[in-house]
Design a protein around this ligand. Structure first.
Ligand code: NAD
Ligand code: ZN
Length: 247
């Protein structure tokens, strides 16, 4: 049973602006692997070697097969209670900004209105030549798929290791982190930068920063409260407590 200190709940309830940063851990309870493994024979593949521009330049088919396996895994998964509580928070609090490093769109499927997708989405494809082709594609594709406009290769619409983040999304995320009263970090190893640096501003300003993760991370020692348990269980309890105290 997770318990929250009274003062933390009071500060949370008084917060006007709340930011939530999520990582692969929030989708773990939906059966979606974190960076550590992907199930089946793809488990042997190292994402650090596949999710890069170099890997795609050398072997687009293998990279696409790996992404197609991830797309199928995500398509057969459902959002879990953790995603649902974060969607509920947008109804309960006046100003919530959800920032996700996930590419699975489970937040949207749980009802979150407009999460900032810092690392893009598995469901987007774009033309490597930058001819402007950038669209949602859900159906199975012949791999590697070709751009319908210029015939070049299409690539997954995700941010690969070594690439910059979408400028507009990153600017919004930084601004929200600078201005928030409370910052909730859920299921991220805090190893992938620059996303891992977002909690720095609220921490420096002495704002309420809560981390939910069964494991210790590089952020654990600097946050106000680090809760070592699974996202679903902790967020369910947080919702119960907030609803009771907030009514
Ligand atoms: P990560 O895989 O590096 O770390 C996952 C973290 O989640 C770990 O610290 C782990 O202890 C924690 N965790 C595991 N189970 C949990 C649970 N039930 N509740 C709460 N926390 C739990 O993930 P990251 O920090 O998001 O970085 C991974 C990168 O890979 C990101 O850039 C992301 O785009 C990508 N990625 C996305 C997905 C997805 O969309 N679901 C999955 C894998 C990787
Ligand atoms: Zn094109």
């Amino acid at each position: 049973m997770v318990s929250f200190p009274q003062d933390v709940i009071q500060r949370f309830l008084k917060s006007e602006k709340i930011v939530v940063l999520t990582g692969a851990g929030i989708s773990a309870e939906s059966g979606i692997s974190t960076l550590q493994g992907l199930g089946s024979h793809w488990e042997k593949m190292d994402p650090m070697k596949l999710a890069t521009p170099d890997a795609f330049a050398q072997d687009p088919k293998t990279v696409w097969e790996w992404y197609e396996a991830r797309r199928r895994q995500v398509a057969s998964a459902e959002p879990n209670e953790g995603h649902e509580v974060l969607a509920w928070m947008e109804e309960f609090f006046p100003d919530v900004t959800l920032i996700t490093q996930n590419v699975d769109r489970l937040h949207q499927r749980a009802g979150s209105r407009n999460p900032i997708e810092l690392h893009g989405s598995l469901w987007m494809v774009r033309c490597v030549k930058g001819c402007g082709e950038w669209e949602d594609r859900h159906e199975l594709m012949n791999l590697p798929p070709k751009c319908p406009h210029c015939g070049s290769l299409l690539r997954p619409g995700v941010v690969w290791f070594g690439e910059g983040l979408p400028e507009e999304g990153w600017a919004k995320a930084e601004k929200a982190a600078q201005e928030c009263d409370a910052f909730l970090i859920v299921g991220t190893s805090a190893l992938v930068h620059p996303a891992a640096a977002l909690p720095e501003a609220p921490t420096r300003k002495g704002k309420l920063v809560i981390e939910i993760n069964p494991e210790e991370t590089p952020l654990s020692k600097s946050v106000t409260l680090s809760i070592r348990a699974k996202a679903g269980e902790v967020l369910r309890e947080l919702r119960n407590v907030l609803e009771k105290k907030g009514s």
